[in-house]
Design a binder for this molecule. Sequence first.
Ligand code: SDX
Length: 431
Amino acid sequence: MKLADNKSTLSFSNGSPQVELPVYQGTIGPDVIDIRKLYAQTGMFTYDPGFMSTASCQSAITYIDGDKGELLYRGYPIEQLAEKCDYLDTCYLLLNGELPDNAQRDDFHQLVTNHTMVNEQMQFFLRGFRRDAHPMAVLTGLVGALSAFYHDSTDIHNPEHRNIAAIRLIAKMPTLVAMAYKYGLGQPYMYPQNNLSYAGNFLRMMFGTPCEEYKVNPVIEKAMDRIFILHADHEQNASTSTVRLCGSSGTNPFAAIAAGVACLWGPAHGGANEAALNMLYDIQKQGGVEKIGDFIKQVKDKNSNVKLMGFGHRVYKNYDPRAKLMQETCNEVLEALGLQNDPLFALAKALEKIALEDEYFVSRKLYPNVDFYSGIVQRAVGIPVNLFTGIFALARTVGWIAQLNEMIADPEYKIGRPRQLYVGSPRRNVP
Ligand code: SDX
């Protein structure tokens, strides 16, 4: 980053001395005001709950233009990556900053493939859970537990450890997600198969059984790979910020990623895909398209606490580019599976149309986000609703790791420790 050609001066109406704060410019996007010396110079903090106007770091990984509805991974538009690359190419790009050449691509794919198995002891963790445990509860536990197996890669300050931990997490997440699914079904786990693609291997671990050969459907394999690409990273969202803050204490990467899994679970964040599909099911049960008007009325009634799940975004004040690509993937998969008249897809498209013509949504710039259509395509593929966020976590692991490694490699980074505006009781004595 470099000094911007304008300065910022803070002045106070109570006559306190003015403060000059440097303004920095990035490559693209908003400039930042460096307030690091503000407290030392004024004895005051800034106040920004929810971080609406706060840049927590400098990063070269992902750029979002919320007004244009643009998403770039290391400068490449998401539309081009979804079209021309696969998920592992995208992982290489996010981790290393450049797309791999053929030799690098083959090496990286081989490296990930060779780390897809988990320690045999991992299966005993699952036995502690009820069979009907939510897969995200299981996944949070399993990812955290990985740190108990890899003492050779838990020193986050050792670049070698950071690299092998990244490979292990990217490689093992599909295996862990599939194990959580199989455990819920009471079916045997499927071991990874090295001659399959990343997405194909995941599908076989999910839907294959030891009783017969599993044939990967190429349309579904491509759809899964695209879903992974669309969810791979997204700037400083809540779970990525959680991973950065957690990792800033120097804890091991597996523990930091487990914190990201836990944060992503929330319905306002990665849990929205599960909530969006359940919302569509509810509208369907109440009568489908004819009932959309009543539902929209509920959403607009503040006392109802009902939100249109899969809509709205802190950054996108235009259509989320991932939602467009997800809708395309929806079309392709439903067509391939002969489900083009899927009532839920028709309902979602009708709901989107009505919402985008309604002043309540237009005035608040609420558009479909990545979670609005992802549930429909995952359901069509056979993934249970309560596993949608687990798939999101699987795909986002590379983003979390890339952001964590970028932070640790930044000589300026410190342990994250925000302050507060204290509004509690002044000092008093116990009677
Ligand atoms: C993800 O940050 C990321 O990048 C996240 C993510 C990623 O890839 O990591 O993109 C993934 O989390 C996508 C978002 C998934 N969440 C949902 O779909 C849940 C529904 N969406 C809302 O909860 C909400 O839109 C948020 C949480 C996503 C964003 O909330 P903000 O930025 O805090 O905005 P807000 O709540 O202040 O909303 C502004 C107004 C409010 O109304 P008013 O007070 O102005 O009258 O818009 C309303 C809100 O009530 N509003 C909605 C709404 N979202 C916002 N009203 C109805 N339905 C919605 N979905």
